[in-house]
Design a protein around this ligand. Structure first.
Ligand SMILES: Cc1cc2nc3c(=O)[nH]c(=O)nc-3n(C[C@H](O)[C@H](O)[C@H](O)COP(=O)(O)OP(=O)(O)OC[C@H]3O[C@@H](n4cnc5c(N)ncnc54)[C@H](O)[C@@H]3O)c2cc1C
Length: 392
C-alpha cells in the first residue's frame, strides 16, 4: 500500500513498470551482478516501453511523467535490479535539463530523438580533484574551463572519474566550465554526442556493488558545438541551469533507486520469512525477526512517504530550495543500508552463502552513501541550507 495518495495514472505506471520489472528485469539481475555485465537487455525493455522518454513532455512525443511517477518507476526497477535502475536514472537525469529548456536546435537534436527512443544518455560529471592535488574533495566542476575554438568548445583529454554506462550511451552530459563563463557554483552542462567526438573508457568496472553499471572513467577529445551548451538562451536567470533544471530529478531518482533496494530486499524477506521449514516453523515465527521486519516496514514506509512528498513538492513548485530533495536522498539511502544490513542477519548463512540475493542488495545499497552527493557532503549542504553563513 502506498501511503502517499497516488492518482490513477501514477498507480497505473507503477503497476505497469512493476510487471516489466518482474517478468523481464528481475530474472537477469543476478547474472549482471555476477559477471559485472552491463544490463543492456533490461534497459532495452524499458526503452521498448517508451520509458527512456519518461520525462519528455507529451507535446514533444514523450510520456510527460511528473516527479512522483518518475520516483515510482525508478523504485520498481530498483526493486528487481539496482544496476539497471542506476543506469536508467542516470539517463533520466542526463536528459532532464535539455528536455525542460531546449533551444530550437536542441529540441530537434536531442529531445525529439529521445522521444523516438533513439537516445540513451549518461552523466560524465565528477572529476577527482585529488588528481590535481589541490583538494581531497570530489568536484563536479573542473578547474580548467573548456577553450573556445573554431566550431565550438574544445575537449582536450577531459577525464571523468566514474561514468555509469560508460561506452554504452549515445549522449553524455558533461559537467564543465567554459572559457569566459561562470567560475564558481554549479558547473555548466554540455551535451556531447558520442559519435561526434573521440572517447575511451579506462579499465573495467569491478565494483563491490552496482556491478552492472559499467561506471569506469572516460576520457574525451574533440570539438563540441557551442549550441550543445544548455541554457544559452536563458541569460539573466538567477539560478544556474543545473541547480534548477537538473538537480531535482538527479537527487530524487537517487533516492528512489535506494528506496527500491530497501523495498526489493524487504519484499523478498516477507516471502522467504513466511516460508515454512520442514518443522513447520517460519523464520518470522521468531519474535526477534518479527520485531525486526516490523521495524523495517515502518522505516521503508516513512522513507517512501517522505520521498513522494518531496517529489510532489517538485511537481507543484513548492520547494524553495533543494533541502527536501537532499533530505529524501539521505533518508532513502540510509534506509537501504539499514534494511539490507538487518536482512543479512535475519537470513543468516542462507544470505551469507548467496542462496538468496540479500547480499547483492546489501552490496548495492552501500553505493547510496557515497554516490551522487555523498551523504557526508549532503549533510553539510543540508546544514548550510538550514543555517546559511552570515554574509560579512
Ligand atoms: C557505482 C558508482 C557510479 C557512479 N556513477 C557516476 C556517474 O554516472 N557520473 C558521475 O559523474 N559520477 C558517478 N559516480 C561518482 C560519484 O558521484 C562519486 O563517487 C562521488 O562524487 C564521491 O567521489 P569519490 O568517490 O571521489 O569520493 P571521495 O572524494 O574519496 O570521498 C569519500 C568520502 O569523503 C567524504 N567527502 C567527500 N567530499 C566531501 C564534502 N564535500 N564534504 C564532506 N565530506 C566529503 C565523504 O565521507 C565521502 O563519502 C559514481 C560512483 C559510484 C561508486
Amino acid at each position: 500500500m502506498n501511503y502517499f495518495p497516488l492518482t490513477g495514472e501514477q498507480q497505473a505506471w507503477k503497476d505497469r513498470v512493476s510487471s516489466i520489472a518482474e517478468k523481464t528485469i528481475g530474472p537477469r539481475a543476478a547474472e549482471y551482478d555476477r559477471l559485472a555485465k552491463f544490463p543492456q537487455e533490461s534497459l532495452d525493455a524499458l526503452k521498448d516501453a517508451g520509458l527512456l522518454g519518461l520525462r519528455v513532455s507529451k507535446e514533444h512525443g514523450g510520456l510527460g511523467a511528473d516527479m512522483v511517477t518518475t520516483c515510482l518507476v525508478v523504485e520498481e526497477v530498483a526493486k528487481k535490479c539496482p544496476s539497471t535502475a542506476m543506469c536508467y536514472k542516470m539517463h533520466l537525469e542526463s536528459m532532464e535539463a535539455v528536455s525542460r529548456i531546449p533551444t530550437a536546435y536542441q529540441l530537434e537534436k536531442f529531445v525529439k530523438p529521445l522521444a523516438r527512443k533513439k537516445i540513451f544518455a549518461a552523466a560524465a560529471g565528477g572529476e577527482s580533484r585529488g588528481q590535481t592535488g589541490t583538494d581531497w574533495r570530489p568536484v563536479s566542476a573542473p578547474d580548467t574551463p573548456l577553450k573556445s575554438v573554431d566550431g565550438g568548445l574544445l575537449l582536450e583529454n577531459v577525464r571523468k572519474s566514474y561514468v555509469t554506462s560508460a561506452g554504452h550511451a549515445e549522449v553524455y552530459i558533461m559537467f564543465c566550465r567554459v572559457e569566459g563563463g561562470r567560475t564558481d557554483g554549479p558547473p555548466d552542462l554540455l551535451m556531447i554526442e558520442a559519435d561526434q567526438v573521440e572517447w575511451e573508457t579506462v579499465g573495467e568496472w569491478d565494483g563491490l556493488g552496482m556491478r552492472g553499471n559499467a561506471s569506469t572513467p572516460m576520457i574525451f577529445n574533440g570539438v563540441v558545438p557551442y549550441e550543445n551548451l544548455l541554457g544559452i538562451e536563458l541569460e539573466g536567470e538567477k539560478e544556474p541551469v543545473m541547480q534548477r533544471y537538473m538537480m531535482p530529478v538527479l537527487i530524487l531518482t537517487y533516492a528512489a533507486a535506494y528506496l527500491g533496494i530497501a523495498s526489493g530486499a524487504f519484499d523478498l524477506a516477507c516471502v522467504e520469512g513466511d516460508r515454512r521449514f520442514a518443522s513447520g516453523a517460519r523464520r518470522l515465527d521468531n519474535p526477534i525477526n518479527k520485531r525486526r521486519i516490523a521495524e523495517l516496514s515502518a522505516q521503508i514506509q516513512s522513507a517512501r512517504a517522505f520521498l513522494h512528498t518531496a517529489a510532489s513538492m517538485a511537481d507543484d513548485g513548492r520547494a524553495t530550495s533543494l533541502l527536501p530533495y537532499i533530505q529524501a536522498k539521505v533518508i532513502c539511502s540510509e534506509v537501504a543500508v539499514r534494511v539490507t544490513q538487518d536482512l543479512m542477519t535475519m537470513f543468516g548463512g542462507t544470505a551469507f552463502s548467496k542462496q538468496l540475493p540479500f547480499e547483492r542488495y546489501f552490496r548495492d545499497a552501500r553505493a547510496g552513501l557515497i554516490m551522487g552527493m555523498a551523504n557526508d557532503q549532503a549533510y553539510e549542504v543540508i546544514g548550510d541550507l538550514m543555517f546559511p553563513a552570515l554574509s560579512s
